[in-house]
Design a protein around this ligand. Structure first.
Ligand code: ADP
Ligand code: GN1
Ligand code: MG
Length: 357
């Protein structure tokens, strides 16, 4: 079924003028739909290989966005711009299944704002930190047990290591010999991988409702005011650790190079951006983080970077079946930037810890 026809299955206003691929997400298939009157929508083909239960996925998104909408109205904000709005299908459901079994959803397009694939201004990065911190604070009383786990063990780094070792052992594409150095890099750090989860199990860290995919292009920045207005990409909102939300944002935004930069000599941790993010995130969390949570922020950054690198490498070994790629060895380049960033964090560890205190 063509995309225009798919869009017509939703409660949209007007006729479709165009539907074009949009954004740079690695997971879903995102399109910008423009109607003849100029109104825009985001049409997304949901990645059902990754998100296996669409009903549960959309139930989470509807519950979280309606909760946020009430919070935003209560505090005098604009719910149309400050949270995602799901446009329902004509039959009243939150997504549409086409004849091939592909699942589609539609969001209202957030006007006058944009996402960034790299930090262009320190102020924007700081604002994004405040917004992700606030996101967590706003969801502090959200009934966490009503959330489905859309990807089980999403940030269970030790479990991810097990998946990684399986990919190495199976080596289905015969690529393992080429990446021995990277495999060794991961194995040398296996001890640390269960640290945060062990602290959670011992009650030393609290379980919170977190976003779990806090990279910079998952937040909309107002084009005029430069305020971070809306947290998007809510597919992985699940109970999790604050250190992971902090860490994933650092992994992506405080890297002096792009996530897929082929020249790893350009990769480093910007301590200036790190410090800004700490300040913004703590401010956004509104003093809710416990002393242990603050202490473990650097570990969150290191583990999210290592975990992501390990996931890119596992995907490279498995034949690039998870993350969208646009060139050969794209996942290998991504893995190498992550490991170079981990190595740089290890050099700057003391400063990172001091900046958090
Ligand atoms: P993925 O899971 O593949 O990363 P996202 O939900 O993050 O998909 O969407 C991809 C991109 O589409 C975002 O980075 C953003 O630029 C854009 N986008 C998504 N939702 C909206 C929206 N409601 N309004 C405007 N732009 C959006
Ligand atoms: C994916 O969906 P997107 O592009 O915002 C991935 C994250 C990774 C990120 C790496 C559901 O995020 O976990 O950190 O790519 N999302 C999922 O860029 O796996
Ligand atoms: Mg995204």
């Amino acid at each position: 079924m063509d995309r225009e026809t798919i869009l017509k299955q939703f409660q949209v206003e007007g006729d479709v003028a165009s539907v074009e691929p949009y954004g740079s997400g690695h997971i879903n298939h995102t399109y910008l739909a423009t109607m003849t009157g100029g109104k825009k929508y985001i049409l997304q083909g949901i990645n059902t290989t990754i998100f296996k239960n669409t009903d549960e996925l959309m139930e989470n998104i509807l519950n979280v966005t309606s909760y946020l909408r009430e919070e935003i109205i209560r505090t005098g904000g604009d719910p149309a711009r400050e949270t995602l709005t799901v446009v329902m299908a004509k039959d009243g459901s939150s997504y549409y299944s086409d004849e091939d079994g592909s699942k589609w959803r539609v969001y209202e397009f957030i006007e006058g704002a944009q996402t960034f694939d790299a930090v262009e201004s320190n102020e924007d990065f700081y604002q994004s930190a405040v917004a992700f911190g606030k996101f967590q604070a706003k969801l502090a009383n959200f009934p966490a047990d009503s959330l489905h786990e859309t990807i089980p063990n999403f940030h269970n780094t030790a479990k991810r290591f097990g998946d990684f070792e399986r990919a190495v052992a199976e080596d289905v594409k015969g690529r393992a010999a080429e990446v021995e150095k990277e495999i060794a890099f991961v194995r040398e750090r296996r001890e640390e991988m269960s640290l945060l989860h062990d602290m959670l199990a011992k009650g030393e860290l609290p379980l919170r409702v977190t976003h779990n995919d806090t990279k910079l292009n998952n937040i909309m920045i107002d084009s005029k005011t430069h305020q971070a207005i809306c947290v998007i990409d809510l597919d992985t909102v699940m109970p999790g650790l604050s250190a992971h939300d902090f860490g994933d944002a650092i992994r992506f935004g405080a890297n002096t190079a792009a996530e897929d930069e082929p020249d790893v000599s350009k990769v480093s941790l910007s301590l200036e951006l790190f410090a800004l993010y700490v300040k913004g995130f703590l401010e956004g969390c509104g003093g809710r983080l416990t002393p242990n949570e603050v202490k473990m922020l650097p570990m969150g950054a290191k583990m999210m970077t290592l975990e992501c690198g390990m996931r890119f490498l596992a995907d490279y070994l498995e034949g690039d079946v998870y993350f969208k790629i646009s060139r050969e060895k794209h996942n290998l380049d991504r893995c190498r930037t992550q490991f170079a960033l981990v190595a740089d964090m290890e050099k700057k560890w003391q400063q990172m810890c001091e900046l958090c205190q």
